[in-house]
Design a protein around this ligand. Structure first.
Ligand code: ADP
Ligand code: ASP
Ligand code: MG
Length: 438
């Protein structure tokens, strides 16, 4: 008996020791990027709390890079201030102004870390050398020079990087679009090949829908990268879409967590679909209030017409979302599409001024009180009837669907904005998202 038991006990002991050694080794080499959003650095107390969490990770032997947003409300304040001076602020100068919010936070966070007895050093985007293109207010990151950060980390220093900002080839300050600090966080994690990128925010993970709108929403333990990409692009602002794109491209391990809770595993963005048996058909509901619908009526039904309508819109750098062209009757048809509500007036002006007279359309009508609701889930691939369930649920509440668009893993509808909240709630219930997945 003893003889037989002994080797297995011995092996088990070896295994335990092996794991312990590796865990310790893991700890020593783990490089973690922590991104803190506006509310998480919204006051001196919150900043001190960030420093305490970082100190805890440092005490465990990790190397930590902290990426921070401006203190909550600051970016909005700076935009409003700029608009008081110039109704349509010059984009280059607007970036000069709105990038300052993050510069304040990096200095304060570095100071708070020093107060914890840690070595810390702050960097603006330009100081790191986060290179971007020159699309002011919505720049894209082209490359990151991570040498200085690596040297500081090797010297046991916590590096604090300003989110949301970079520098173009000519040395101009650029910003990455609202919510862009998420993208800085993930891009830095990708550049450093970090072990994990932790996005700390004011909710404790990604939920089945915005928990501020639907209190019954549930936190997801994990969500596939594809689903997160759809959720973000369809309006869930918990992660900026470009940050998810970066995570996908460079396989960054990404986790969303609360900075207001000390414990909790948050939500992990995974690259593999769960076991089909466990996979919920629908993972979440996303919505976007900023949708405006435009219809060009009585358009001649002939080749090239879509281009003649949308060409001038895209030349004006306006993104078009959903597009519908009706079946033509008697040689003419109607053409509808949606744009961001901010671009509504500009798009209407282009259509009425340039397009309508040119193509001889009957009229151009617009509605900027519309919203988009989407159900998202990789489980849709293997299940039929999701669309009809969605449409039936909305019909039962008398909600009219104005436009529909689908992909393999999502169905989106445009509805009147006043029904948005109701639509999200009833769909959340109809798809049992308030229940634990079986
Ligand atoms: P931060 O300032 O930390 O970047 P944001 O306000 O940009 O935070 O993003 C967090 C917010 O995203 C939450 O407070 C929540 O209202 C909203 N949100 C929208 N959809 C979701 C969702 N599906 N899960 C979690 N939060 C969501
Ligand atoms: N401060 C910027 C914003 O409010 C970036 C961010 O918070 O991610 O959009
Ligand atoms: Mg954000």
């Amino acid at each position: 008996m003893y003889q037989r038991k002994h080797p297995s006990r011995f092996l088990r002991l070896l295994e335990v020791q092996y794991k312990a050694v590796f865990r310790r080794a893991d700890n020593i080499v783990a490089l973690i990027v922590q991104k803190y959003g506006g509310t998480s650095v919204g006051s001196p107390e919150r900043i001190k709390n960030v420093a305490q969490r970082v100190a805890k990770y440092k005490a465990q032997g990790h190397q930590v890079v902290v990426v921070v947003s401006a203190m909550s409300g600051e970016t909005n304040r700076l935009i409003a201030l700029s608009k008081e001076i110039q109704k349509n602020p010059d984009p280059r100068e607007l970036d000069v102004v709105i990038s300052t919010g993050e510069q304040v936070t990096i200095g304060l966070v570095a100071m708070a870390l020093m107060e914890q007895g840690l070595k810390a050093k702050s960097y603006t985007g330009a100081q790191v050398k986060i290179h971007t293109d020159s699309a002011f207010t919505k720049a894209r990151i082209a490359s990151i020079d991570e040498e200085n950060i690596r040297t500081d980390l090797a010297n046991d220093c916590v590096v604090v990087v300003a989110g949301f900002q970079g520098m173009d080839e000519a040395g101009n300050i650029t910003t990455l679009g609202r919510g862009g600090s998420d993208t800085t966080g993930v891009a830095i994690a990708a550049a450093l090949r970090a072990d994990e990128c932790q996005i700390y925010t004011d909710v404790d993970g990604v939920y089945t829908t915005d928990p501020r709108m639907v209190p019954e929403a549930r936190r997801l333990k994990s969500i596939t990268f594809e689903e997160m990409l759809e959720m973000a692009s369809l309006g869930s602002k918990v992660l900026q879409i470009r940050s998810v794109e970066f995570a996908g491209k460079y396989k960054v391990k990404l986790r969303v967590l609360s900075s207001f809770a000390d414990e909790g595993e948050g939500t992990l963005i995974t690259f593999e679909e769960n076991d089909k048996m466990e996979q919920a058909i629908i993972s979440g509901i996303a919505f976007n209030r900023d949708e405006a619908k435009i219809t060009v009526r009585g358009v001649p039904d002939k080749p090239g017409i879509a281009y003649q309508i949308l060409g001038p819109v895209s030349e004006a750098n306006i993104d078009v979302d959903m597009i519908i062209q009706n079946v033509g009757v008697d040689g003419s048809t109607d053409f509808s599409f949606t744009v961001n509500r901010n671009e509504f007036t500009r798009t209407m002006d282009i259509l009425k001024g340039q397009v309508q007279p040119h193509i001889g359309a009957r009229e151009v009508i617009g509605d900027n009180k519309t919203a988009k609701v989407s159900v998202v889930g990789v489980g849709m691939r293997s299940h039929v009837g999701i669309a009809s369930k969605m449409f039936r649920t909305l019909a039962e509440e008398g909600i009219n669907i104005q436009m529909i668009s689908t992909s393999e893993i999502k169905i989106s509808v445009v509805i009147e904005e006043k029904y948005l909240e109701l639509a999200v709630r009833i769909l959340h219930k109809a798809f049992d998202l308030d229940q634990e997945a079986i």
